[in-house]
Design a protein around this ligand. Structure first.
Ligand code: SAM
Length: 428
């Protein structure tokens, strides 16, 4: 638990305290749990999700919504009860039935074995949070303005913004101030300690040996390594899938599926191959797009599907497992990019295909149990995936569409400094 991960004995599952895992990568700072985790999962407000009835099925196109008569209304109700799921919904239900047993087993084992440790952790969280925490956190947030990088990047002045490393390191301060153009530039913290940097009037913590690029998708090619033996052996991708809830809550801009086809995934991969992890929502349409179009277009061979089961601080699922349109889990599709033949060869048997992938493969239906981070922040995957890499054993990771930086990794997106604001951290 000190490292933030508990293996659930006898099951393909772990409980992860994401805040602790992230903290482990910093020498002098750790994340503030009360800022890391979504308050809705730390306090009782999520009871409402659990208690709410399943949403009514979508209305049939035959329904006459203009009619006001009681008779018609009664008829409508009857029709709704007779509602039969469409092909995609039936598919999604079959997938759910296939995996629900494994998720439930992992959850029950977690409840039986790991929960006392999680509970003591939850008690620790409560001690950090005084009774009027909400007010305190809000006040703190008001005092510390946060930079909205998506909006800033749209301004005509965007090319003029700079980021300044205000502190070269905790111990040595002799390097002076260094500034870089903020947008469309690959920026690096090349030292083995976190540094503080400043831009747009706010301070950010940059973990050791990290690299990042704040840009739109049309600039991501800047990260393609030359030569490819310097490429990445672990790629984590969390696309801004088009999603009604994201639109409604204006969380971040989304992208149409077809724009993802042009991501240079193959070009980013290490010459010896790479493990790719793609986050996906529970929409069957997206799952089919990812499996039938995206993975083939990127040249990925599917390897396993993992599940992220979201629990509240007391270890209870955030919503019932079988709720029709609100599953308490999300999927992570895992696959491999094969090693690339050296220039001038096209001998697939020697250099291509999957014959070269002699390394441990990720188990299927692995379950990661954790409390969701604020703003649907995903759990950090590096420690869980590092044992399944092809080629060099040392992780060379890249996160695409990142909202945070990871020590030793490259992060790209239009807001990869989002969760690096200094007020998200405290001194160790
Ligand atoms: N993995 C992240 C986390 O756990 O916090 C969440 C990523 S979120 C699903 C998708 C991200 O992609 C958002 O930060 C969004 O602003 C960003 N994004 C949307 N459109 C983009 C674009 N055209 N270019 C770069 N990033 C984009």
């Amino acid at each position: 638990m000190q490292q933030g991960i508990v293996r659930i004995t006898g099951k393909n599952a772990v409980f992860m305290d994401s805040s602790l895992v992230v903290s482990a990568a910093y020498s002098y700072h750790c994340t503030k749990s009360e800022r890391y985790y979504s308050r809705s999962f730390l306090f009782s407000s999520c009871e409402s999700i659990v208690a709410s009835p399943p949403p009514s099925p979508p209305s049939s196109p035959l329904d006459d919504s203009c009619s006001g008569s009681r008779k018609r209304k009664r008829k409508k109700k009857k029709k709704k009860r007779l509602y039969t799921p469409n092909e995609k919904e039936s598919f999604a239900e079959c997938r759910h039935q296939e995996v629900r047993g494994d998720i439930l087993e992992a959850y029950e084992a977690f409840q039986a074995t790991a929960i006392p440790r999680v509970k003591s952790h939850a008690v620790a969280l409560r001690q950090i949070l005084p009774a009027n925490t909400t007010t305190i956190v809000c006040q703190e947030q008001e005092q510390e303005q946060e930079v909205d990088f998506v909006e800033l990047g749209k301004l005509w002045q965007a090319p003029l913004y700079e980021i300044t490393f205000s502190q070269s390191s905790e111990r040595s301060s002799g390097q002076g101030l260094r500034s870089f153009t903020l947008f469309n530039t690959v920026i690096e913290n090349a030292i083995k300690e976190e540094v503080v940097a400043e831009c747009a009037g706010c301070r950010f913590l940059l973990p050791c040996l990290c690299q990042f690029l704040i840009s739109d998708i049309n600039q991501v090619h800047q990260l393609v390594p030359e030569p490819s033996c310097e490429g990445f052996n672990l790629l984590v991708i969390d696309p801004p899938w088009e999603n009604k809830s994201v639109h409604r809550r204006a969380l971040y801009p989304t992208l149409p599926n077809r724009s993802l086809l042009s991501l240079p995934v193959k070009q980013l991969a290490h010459a010896d191959g790479a493990l790719v992890a793609l986050w996906i929502t529970n929409r069957e349409k997206l799952r089919q797009f990812a499996e039938k179009e995206l993975f083939p277009a990127w040249g990925i061979t599917p390897a396993a599907v993992w599940y992220w089961l979201k629990v509240k601080e007391d270890g209870v699922m955030v919503s019932p497992l079988d709720l029709a349109h609100h599953k308490p889990y999300e999927c992570l599709l895992l696959g491999y990019l094969p090693c690339q033949p050296p220039l001038g060869t096209d001998n697939k048997d020697v250099h291509g295909g999957t014959a070269d992938l002699k390394h441990e493969k990720p188990p299927d239906k692995f379950v990661i149990i954790s409390v969701p981070g604020d703003h649907s922040r995903k759990p950090p995957l590096g420690p869980l995936l590092s044992g399944f890499l092809p080629g060099p054993k040392k992780v060379k990771g890249i996160e695409l569409f990142a909202r945070e930086l990871t020590a030793g990794w490259t992060s790209w997106g239009n807001e990869p400094l989002r969760f690096q604001h200094l007020p998200y951290f405290r001194r160790k």
